[in-house]
Design a protein around this ligand. Structure first.
Ligand code: HSE
Length: 365
């Protein structure tokens, strides 16, 4: 059995990964080893009745014994350990949730329901670094990958509604704490005049009572149209990833499809949504588009463009904690017959992070 090392299993993405691996009996197929950067020698997770003792995640010697390493430890760990391992001639497979290696020429961004051909080709070529994509990009492609596969997209804009979980566990707690403070204050004023209540909320949002250390601005009762650092020409890194990662996943680096938009943090907890405007290469009948989307994968749930279905299913609430990617509001826009409107949502921690990693492990096994 292949020796598989797991680093960063205690964090949010790592925990979701372990849960999924247990549900899918992945541990029956491997000899797992759990690593820690700070608690080597201590007892780690209990899986299938076995208490695993943690090994040192900074030991190149220990890591070199592995056939496959899955890291959910974050970019700094990857940047520190991966080059040392490769310099020590380790030829195992590195599967990573962090973005650090994503755009390296030797790396493949993994999303097998969309790019299994790119992954298979890379394995054949002897490539060894398989990196999970940005959550927003992966979720968009899980929803509408069929349109790219059919080469129907001339260009696309993506306006995102990204959940707090994209920032991490502390960010989720910060949002909920903000909501709690707002809830308590509003309760006192709920029987009074609505404009007094509104004024009190505005004042509260600008006060020190609302802790916004993680997000840099209040997220509850607010939106933040800036995610990650600035790159060039006023674009954010998150917006840049939509273009660069989508084209890399599709293996279209030499013939990229223009993609741009505005990435916005909203007060959802763990599922990202996005509104897409797609310029089609030709006028395709809406029924054909719907059929392509409906039949694209077992995880896509097509939501009819009705108020009832949209309210019930096309939202973070419906997809959170599931592997479903909902796709709806599908209609031709009045901009012209070759302009398509779509809204999609998916769980940021499952298809957005952990699921492509465990599926890559299974492909390698
Ligand atoms: N960068 C994403 C976000 C999450 O902030 O929502 C990770 O892909």
């Amino acid at each position: 059995m292949k020796k598989v090392g797991i680093v960063g299993w205690r964090g949010m993405v790592g925990s979701v990964l372990l849960d999924r691996m247990v549900s899918e009996n992945d541990f029956d197929k491997i000899e797992p080893k759990f690593f820690s950067t700070s608690q080597a020698g201590q007892v780690g997770p209990k899986i299938g009745g076995v208490d695993y003792v943690l090994e040192d995640a900074n030991s190149i010697e220990k890591l070199s014994e592995l056939d496959i390493i899955i890291s959910c430890q974050g970019g700094d760990y990857t940047k520190s350990v991966h080059p040392k391992l490769r310099s020590a001639n380790w030829t195992g497979y590195w599967i990573d949730a962090a973005s650090a290696l994503r755009m390296n020429e030797e790396s493949v961004i993994i999303l097998d329901p969309v790019n299994r051909n790119v992954i298979d080709q890379a394995i054949t070529e002897g490539r060894k670094d398989f990196i999970g994509g940005n959550c927003t990009v992966s979720l968009m492609l899980m929803g509408i990958g069929a349109l790219f596969k059919e080469d129907l997209v001339e260009w696309m804009t993506s306006m995102t509604y990204q959940a707090a979980s994209g920032g991490g566990a502390r960010h989720m707690k910060e949002l909920l704490t903000q909501m709690d403070v707002i809830g308590q204050k509003s309760k006192e004023l709920m029987d009074g005049d609505i404009l007094d209540l509104d004024a009190a909320m505005s004042e509260l949002l600008s006060s020190k009572e609302i802790n916004s250390e993680c997000f840099g601005a209040p997220l509850a009762l607010n939106v933040i149209p800036w995610i990650d650092s600035e790159v060039e020409a006023g674009q954010t890194r998150e917006e840049w990833k939509a273009y660069s990662e989508t084209n890399k996943i599709l293996g279209r680096e030499n013939n990229p499809i223009p993609i741009d938009g505005t990435c916005v943090r909203v007060g959802a907890l763990r599922s990202h949504s996005q509104a897409l405007t797609i310029k089609l290469k030709k006028n395709v009948d809406i029924k054909e588009i719907e059929s392509l989307l409906k039949n694209s994968s077992e995880w896509v749930e097509f939501v009819p463009n009705t108020p009832e279905a949209t309210r019930e299913k096309l939202c973070p609430r419906y997809v959170s904690g599931t592997l479903k990617t909902v796709v709806g509001r599908v209609r031709k826009m009045n901009l012209g017959d070759d302009y398509l409107n779509i809204f999609t949502a998916g769980d940021q921690l499952l298809w957005g992070a952990a699921e492509p990693l465990r599926r890559m492990l299974n492909i390698l096994l």
